[in-house]
Design a protein around this ligand. Structure first.
Ligand code: NAD
Ligand code: IPM
Ligand code: MN
Length: 370
């Protein structure tokens, strides 16, 4: 069996707490299922800054480039509010995405049946929800140049960020969205703002061209991103796959997270292009949530987004589809049993800690394997 090299980057705040629950799954899979994961550990974000003055060291960056997959916790926190912009915790994550060329960020928002009443929306609006946001991750305003603050010399400063998209970037991300739609309900909605942004005009045009050239069997609609946000909370089940740019995707996926009950529920996979020779692709798996400084260190964070990100890793990086299905089923079963971390707690359920939730999912994963 080929070795499976995993780099674990727990990061800051609740990142290490959530990652501890994935470590339990890895240990079990190695010991009992012969999974053969070879894990390495690294530092990212504020913890890396404290250790070496960088948001990720060259050594850990090299480990990430050499790994079959990276598991990432979360970065950031008030402790590092004052550090220089270039080495702020979030810069470590952005560097990983850019240098690993992880242009496709898949953010599925699934409302588990047991959580339909945990959302801030009415249960009938979210029950059975299963949508996928495909977010472009290496372009747009996150990386466009110029990006700076200039002194205008009259007591005024100017902050500049630049939104840039080239044809090939829109083609490849829309290709990912269309391919994935074919494996689901065959619908893609592309979101941009062509009414005010030139990059939006190009985005819409290139998505339509890509559709016409290769994916005309998939149903394609276009929506302005602001209206898309409104439709996501009005009637989210109208969507199957949403494809959008880096910044809109960031915002729309936090909105989608709340449809599922909590930001602590949403996993993600960030994927590079498949190698033409081997078919393998660089990949990083991370929850959509951040380091949650308000609850860090209390042992109460929801580890499901991190565990479900590991399930995505099993599926997309290692083709361990049965194990991924089983892990996702274990999460659903544990929720059906009424176990809840504080963020998804509701009447009649049992509130558990981060590690109790991880243990229960592991126990159910084992039970399903038996
Ligand atoms: P956040 O996602 O950390 O927290 C938002 C709210 O959701 C908080 O009330 C938090 O307690 C809650 N929450 C988030 N994850 C949870 C979980 N697993 N279980 C229970 N509750 C959870 O967003 P924020 O507060 O805006 O940002 C905090 C820091 O995290 C910032 O420095 C930000 O840049 C960073 N951040 C990092 C990532 C990442 O590493 N991928 C993502 C988003 C934000
Ligand atoms: C996310 C986060 C990141 C982003 C930050 C931490 C750089 O909010 O992954 O959603 O803005 O992409
Ligand atoms: Mn975000």
């Amino acid at each position: 069996m080929a070795s499976r090299k995993l780099l674990l980057l727990p990061g800051d705040g609740i990142g290490p707490e959530a990652m501890a629950e994935v470590r339990k799954l890895i240990a079990y899979m190695n010991a009992e299922l012969g999974a053969g994961f070879e894990t390495e550990e690294g530092l990212v974000g504020g913890s890396a800054y404290d250790a070496c003055g960088q948001a990720i060291s060259e050594e850990d960056m090299a480990k990430a480039m050499a790994a079959d997959a990276v598991l990432f916790g979360a970065v950031g926190g008030p402790k590092w509010d004052g550090v220089p912009y270039e080495v702020r915790p979030e810069a470590g994550l952005l560097r990983l995405r850019k240098e690993m060329e992880l242009f496709a960020n898949l953010r599925p928002a699934i409302c588990y049946p047991a959580l339909a009443s945990s959302s801030s929306l009415k249960p009938e609006v979210v029950e059975g929800l299963d949508i996928l946001i495909v977010r472009e991750l290496t372009g747009g305003v996150y990386f466009g140049e110029p990006k700076e603050i200039i002194d205008l010399g009259n007591g005024q400063k100017r902050g500049i960020d630049t939104q840039v998209y080239d044809t090939f970037e829109i083609e490849r991300i829309s290709g990912v969205a269309f391919e994935l739609a074919r494996t689901r309900s065959n619908k893609v909605c592309s979101m941009e703002k062509h009414n005010v942004m030139k990059s939006g005009v190009l985005w819409k045009e290139v998505v339509a061209q890509t559709h016409k050239a290769k994916y005309s069997d998939v149903e394609l609609t276009h929506m302005l991103a602001d209206a898309g946000g409104m439709q996501l909370v009005r009637w989210p089940k109208q969507f199957d796959v949403i494809v959008t740019d880096n910044l809109f995707g960031d915002m729309l996926s936090d909105v989608a997270a709340m449809l599922t009950g909590s930001l602590g529920m949403l996993p993600s996979a960030s994927l590079g292009a498949p190698d033409p020779k081997t078919g393998s692709r660089k990949a990083l798996y991370e929850p959509v949530h951040g380091s949650a400084p308000d609850i860090a260190g209390k042992g109460i964070a929801n580890p499901i987004a991190m565990i479900a990100s590991f399930a995505m890793c099993l599926r997309y990086s290692f083709n361990m589809v049965d194990h991924a299905d089983r892990l996702e089923k274990a999460i659903a079963d544990v929720l059906d049993q009424g176990l809840r971390t504080g963020d998804i707690m509701s009447e009649g359920c049992t509130q558990v800690s981060t590690s109790d939730m991880g243990d229960a999912i592991l126990a159910q994963f084992k039970a399903l394997a038996a």
